[in-house]
Design a protein around this ligand. Structure first.
Ligand code: SF4
Length: 336
């Protein structure tokens, strides 16, 4: 966890909320530098509310699941607009804020405000499914596990209990080879008694991700600037910056067809190999074309000039470029 209150320290709801949002679908190791960057740049929720949304998206770039960053900013603004400009303390009011779902509401209520709420993250889900030997496959078992977890939440120090359960799942009741001999719940653990702890939780077999294909165009101007485009306000990677590309479609595109979507008329050169990236619901394979273009290069109709900008190579690190776009840039420029 990037955030933990020291004994006697009053938890800061902003840091609890920020770490819980960042940790969704993301490892602790990946989150730590982002968490530190955010609290250094925006030390309070009011500071975050005042930030430019594009700056928040740029600071989030690389952490994935970008709707979290947009919701984070919207939520900060909603809190700053409240009469007391503070986080509400109860689960229901927290849940009404942008981007705060049942898990985050319960985590903030329990950890920041010591409310008797029961957050169930992946770690707690695993502990509870083993403790009660729940054999129903996930995700169908989620409501049963949540109900069982709630029966464990104590009236006293529910926040400490929630964090202890999260840590138990992360460090003792691990997905593989749980350390049952050092587990304080061993005598009550039904899965351990039955010898099925390593088989739980049962997960439904996921359908295989489909593959989509596209062609990306990296235009490098003679003065060293790269053409970027802002993605639409809604949909995948909304409002992030991108390397212009064709649509991502179900079948491989012929090069001559793809080149019609190039953002600049130029001598495009196909880079050897391809860029692959895995999103939650599909896998992406991209061919990458590169061209060196003059400073006065005109954008084509397909580029949608209103969303395009030329960015110096040295400034790309600070741009709101998601991981897949950084892969494309690295691939296209690797011989330079
Ligand atoms: Fe997990 Fe083993 Fe503890 Fe049961 S006894 S909760 S399986 S670590």
């Amino acid at each position: 966890m990037p955030w933990r209150a020291l004994p006697g320290e009053t938890p800061d709801p902003y840091r609890v909320w920020l770490s819980e949002v960042m940790l969704q679908q993301t490892t602790v190791r990946a989150v730590i530098p982002y968490f530190e960057k955010f609290v250094a740049r925006w030390p309070t929720v009011q500071d975050l509310a005042k930030a430019d949304r594009d700056d928040v998206l740029a600071a989030w770039a690389g952490l994935g699941y970008y709707s979290r960053a947009r919701n984070l900013h919207a939520c900060a603004q909603a809190i700053a607009a409240r009469a007391d400009t503070a986080f509400p303390e109860d689960e229901a009011a927290l849940c009404a804020l942008p981007g705060i779902g049942p898990y985050t509401a319960a985590a903030v209520a329990a950890i920041a405000f010591d409310q008797p709420a029961t957050p169930v993250d992946g770690n707690i889900e695993r502990v509870v499914s083993r403790l009660f030997a729940v054999t129903t496959p996930l995700p169908s078992a989620k409501s049963e596990i949540k109900r069982l977890a709630a029966t464990l939440t104590p009236d006293e120090r529910p926040g400490d209990f929630a964090q202890a359960m999260m840590d138990l799942g992360a460090m003792v009741c691990t997905p593989k080879n749980p350390s049952c001999l050092m587990c304080p719940l061993q005598s009550d653990c039904h899965a351990k008694h039955k010898g099925i702890e390593s088989e739980l939780p049962v997960k439904a077999v996921r359908p295989e991700r489909p593959t989509r294909f596209g062609v990306a165009f990296l235009a490098l101007r003679e003065d060293g600037q790269v053409l970027l485009r802002k993605r639409p306000e809604t949909g995948l990677l909304a409002s992030m910056m991108e390397i212009p590309s064709t649509d991502w479609v179900d079948e491989l595109l012929a090069a001559d067809i793809a080149l019609k979507a190039a953002p600049v008329r130029a001598d495009w050169w196909a880079m050897p190999g391809q860029v692959t990236h895995t999103f939650t619901h599909f896998r992406l394979e991209l061919l990458v074309f590169r061209a060196i273009v003059p400073v006065d290069a005109e954008l084509t109709f397909w580029a949608d000039a209103s969303r395009c900008s030329w960015v110096a190579r040295r400034d790309l690190a600070d741009a709101a470029l998601p991981s897949v776009m950084r892969k494309i840039i690295a691939h296209a420029l690797k011989e330079n």
